[in-house]
Design a protein around this ligand. Structure first.
Ligand code: UD1
Ligand code: MG
Length: 446
């Protein structure tokens, strides 16, 4: 019954889009996405287990098995939603403003006979969907065949080629602004520096970074989806500010951002319902890559990839902090998720043991600095004074080092609250510091 009501609301909203509101249509389709995913996920779960797609929930008594790769469901539903959205998105141009009689390209409102259908906008949108589709395929391949790091690392950049091509043709801006203090310091008058092809290298790196950074901030029930939901909210708050106070040029790109993120939020909320503690399903790398790619697509097509990276501060911190383990300077176990203690049901920081493989000597001063700032916990041999182990270098373990052992759901919620607070601060800082550093900001709030 409740589902029917939700469907009713969704259809009403989509109907409202007749009056041309692509954002309302996105909200309607988002509700449809939520209902469809919520219906499918519990039903497909047992089939995933039957074909061997399951994982052990390492932080529960007895380590029960639950379906893995279920993120493929929201990813697929999202892509279908994006297809269904096309007629709603361009309704004004397909129906409202045409002269009829099959002349879909000819305006009755603007200069008669002038072709007005926004082909550039359609190509932007299709390039986004194509990129996301390839990313979902990459994620599914990784979940099925456990691809090697060196094989899968550059693939998101390949998936981003359609996006970069559209960026090149439609926008092509490759310069970055120089802050006022740097201009004074270097004694130059130029207010921008053109990075040329390097800028495309930078955007490809964003496409590689975002998916992988979500995948390595994982290991606690609900965290992969939870952080994607928080990121969606932060992006939507930023989009709303631009839609209300931004210049017309920036409004278009933030409208596109909201149109891509709102349905993603719908399907992610349904996945969150089943993946949050105690998890009934695992999302798999498919969802992590897919979610990360949504944000890089939005950042690149919306021309705000640098601001988008600002919203990834927790993921950037987790990546930078993980580097010694990722690059083999400190032993890196297959799983760095926190250790579950069956006796009290709490999570404790997991540790990298040095008995068989000690850390590289270059790490000694780094460890000292990290220990001084309480960014790691190291255990020493009481007799020799040698390091025996250290806490695994992830944000999740760090939260446990700071705040002590806690239950898995509380740990997840603490990290999400921290992420949300950092995101809000990043929005405020982006617009306050934008004015201070560049002498102006692209929001006209005051
Ligand atoms: C990344 C992390 C790894 C972490 C793992 C957890 C790096 C370099 N890799 O690896 O340290 O342990 O994610 O997803 O940082 N699992 C749980 N509870 C959860 C989520 C996952 O027990 O809430 C376990 C399950 O056994 C599940 C497995 O993790 O089957 C999934 O791991 P996978 O996503 O394949 O790990 P990676 O992404 O390679
Ligand atoms: Mg993973």
């Amino acid at each position: 019954m409740l589902e029917l009501i939700k469907f009713g609301i969704a259809l009403t909203l989509i109907y409202t889009s007749k009056h041309y509101s692509p954002l309302l249509a996105a909200v309607g389709l988002s509700i449809v996405g939520y209902v469809v995913c919520d219906f499918l996920i519990p039903r497909v779960g047992p089939h995933f287990i039957k074909i061997g797609r399951f994982g052990k929930d390492l932080s529960k008594p007895g380590r029960p098995i639950i379906p893995e790769t279920v993120g493929a469901v929201p990813a697929t539903v999202y892509i279908f939603i994006m297809f269904f959205n096309i007629p709603f998105l361009f309704y004004k141009y397909l129906v409202v403003m045409t002269s009829g009689g099959g002349h879909r390209d000819v305006s009755i409102e603007e200069t008669p006979g002038e072709i007005f259908f926004p082909h550039a906008k359609l190509s932007e949108y299709l390039s986004a969907v194509l990129c996301l589709q390839s990313t979902a395929l990459l994620g599914i391949a990784d979940d099925l065949f456990d691809l090697r790091w060196r094989h899968k690392f550059f693939l998101p950049a390949v998936a981003a080629i359609p996006l970069l091509t559209v960026y090149y043709v439609d926008f092509g801006v490759t310069y970055v602004l120089i802050p006022d203090f740097a201009k004074n310091w270097l004694n130059i008058t130029k207010s921008a520096v053109n990075l040329g092809p390097l800028y495309y290298g930078y955007m490809s790196s964003v496409a590689i970074f975002c998916p992988n950074s979500i995948n390595i901030l994982a290991g606690v029930n609900g965290l992969e989806v939870g952080q994607s939901i928080v990121l969606s909210l932060i992006f939507l708050i930023n989009d709303t500010l631009y839609l209300l106070f931004g210049a017309e040029a920036s409004q278009d790109s933030h409208k596109l951002s909201a149109i891509l993120i709102i349905p993603f939020l719908g399907v992610s909320l349904a996945l969150w319902k089943w993946n949050r503690w105690p998890a009934k399903v695992f999302v798999g790398d498919t969802y992590c890559y897919f979610a990360g790619m949504i944000f890089s697509v939005v950042g690149i097509l919306g021309h705000f990839s640098k601001t988008a990276l600002l919203f990834f501060i927790p993921q950037i911190f987790n990546f930078a902090y993980s580097c010694p383990q990722l690059f083999g300077l400190v032993p890196c176990p297959r799983h760095r998720l926190p250790r579950f203690n069956e006796m009290d049901g709490l999570m404790y920081p997991s540790r990298a043991e040095f008995s068989t493989k000690p850390p590289k000597s270059v790490m000694k001063p780094v460890f000292r600095v990290l220990e001084f700032f309480k960014l790691i916990h190291i255990e020493y041999d009481t007799k020799t004074g040698e390091m025996v182990n250290c806490t695994n270098m992830t944000l999740i373990n760090l939260v446990l080092v700071w705040f002590g052992p806690m239950r898995e759901d509380i740990l997840c919620n603490t990290i999400l609250a921290l992420q949300f607070a950092i995101g809000l601060t990043a929005i405020a800082a982006r617009h306050a510091l934008g004015t201070l550093i560049f002498g102006h900001d692209n929001l006209n709030i005051l």
